[in-house]
Design a protein around this ligand. Sequence first.
Ligand SMILES: Nc1nc2c(ncn2[C@@H]2O[C@H](COP(=O)(O)OP(=O)(O)O)[C@@H](O)[C@H]2O)c(=O)[nH]1
Ligand SMILES: *[C@@H]1O[C@H](CO)[C@@H](O)[C@H](O)[C@H]1NC(C)=O
Ligand SMILES: [Mg+2]
Length: 417
Amino acid sequence: MATGNVRYARYVLFAIFGIVVIYLISTSSLPQYTEPLKDHAGQLLGGFKGAPQAEDQKIYSTATTTALSSQPTSVNPALTHFPLDDLTPSAPEGKANATFVTLARNSDIWEIARSIRQVEDRFNRNYHYDWVFLNDKPFDDTFKKVTTSLVSGKTHYGEIKEEHWSFPSWIDQDKARQVREDMAQRKIIYGDSISYRHMCRFESGFFFRQPLMMNYEWYWRVEPSVELFCDVHYDPFKFMIENKKKYSFVLSLYEYVETIPTLWDSVKKFMKKHPEHLAADNSLEFLSDDNGETYNKCHFWSNFEIGNLDWLRSKAYIDFFETLDKDGGFFYERWGDAPVHSIAAGLLLDKSEIHFFNDIAYYHVPFTHCPTGEDVRLKLKCHCNPDQNFDWKSYSCTSRYFELNKLEKPAGWHDQQ
Ligand SMILES: Nc1nc2c(ncn2[C@@H]2O[C@H](COP(=O)(O)OP(=O)(O)O)[C@@H](O)[C@H]2O)c(=O)[nH]1
Ligand SMILES: *[C@@H]1O[C@H](CO)[C@@H](O)[C@H](O)[C@H]1NC(C)=O
Ligand SMILES: [Mg+2]
């Protein structure tokens, strides 16, 4: 009887102890799983919510929430331990009228999947911007299924009409074929490719006027197999809007001269024909060392771009593209869309409308943009090797861009030359 009571009391004590332990665990600051949230479109918004400490909470609510879109998001612990005011311009509520855009083949699926995963992890999972995919052939089911599952915004798939992906009537096919054969012999990269030329012409003159793209004012171009190395902790689209930017870049370099021997002749023709389109405070000096006589081959690399679609759809840009297109250099040479966009931005926009995103860390084979400045790299959880940063190397044009715009180079640039 007595031993039974002791055993009973011991059991009760154990039970109380157990309840206390469970209570302590449940009120601690360990992350808790909550039901996944759904927004009005029925998209998952992530179901893992941290329980930040009071101080972190304050920073979170003053910095992060204003920078994020109107939709609730999961807490990013990376952002809760330092004030962001020095890095983050405060953004008003709501999303920009913007989309990601990718031109791809069905066979690019696994390479574009990698790119999307990184863009989502580093940025878009908190913003849910749409993604437009364009192709000269119909996208297959696998491509659509996989990309839709990866993108946190809505996905749209467009087939490019033939007129935007073929030889224009004024192109002499024999002449174009001879050029391809000659370039193949000289081993010029993509020199013998017809589809690469259609691609460059399409990106130069048509992507921004595809029916799906007409629904947006801003775009961010993403290619297969690119990498993002740092958190993008503010909305670059909003940054562009608030700072009156129209075009932006992360990498710049010299173009391979064999692909554009007469491009600048066409540009000069355009400047003569349409002086009214040239911006008063343009960046001709970025493009030419002799006041416009010759091209120095500097261009912004267009596989990354955040830009304004209405600018590309403007009469100024269309007149520019059509002048170039009539001269046939997309087929008689192998003009790339990078120098075409860059020359347009350099001539048609004011200097202040072009932006260099130091804090968007990026790789497209074979070049890396890794932000200069250790503080930025640590705050943004970057995983790029700063030794690989291309910005201040001699083959980059970014130094020239900084000098022309009288920008102060970030501390540490000298050691990366
Ligand atoms: N639909 C389609 N997309 C293409 C074609 N060729 C290239 N692309 C896309 O155009 C972009 C540039 O092509 P890429 O091969 O990366 O050229 P590089 O970056 O200049 O070496 C990528 O987004 C490709 O997926 C093509 O023939 N059809
Ligand atoms: C977004 O921009 C496009 C193109 O300028 C415009 O037609 C559309 O109405 C805009 N949408 C919103 C929601 O403002
Ligand atoms: Mg590429």
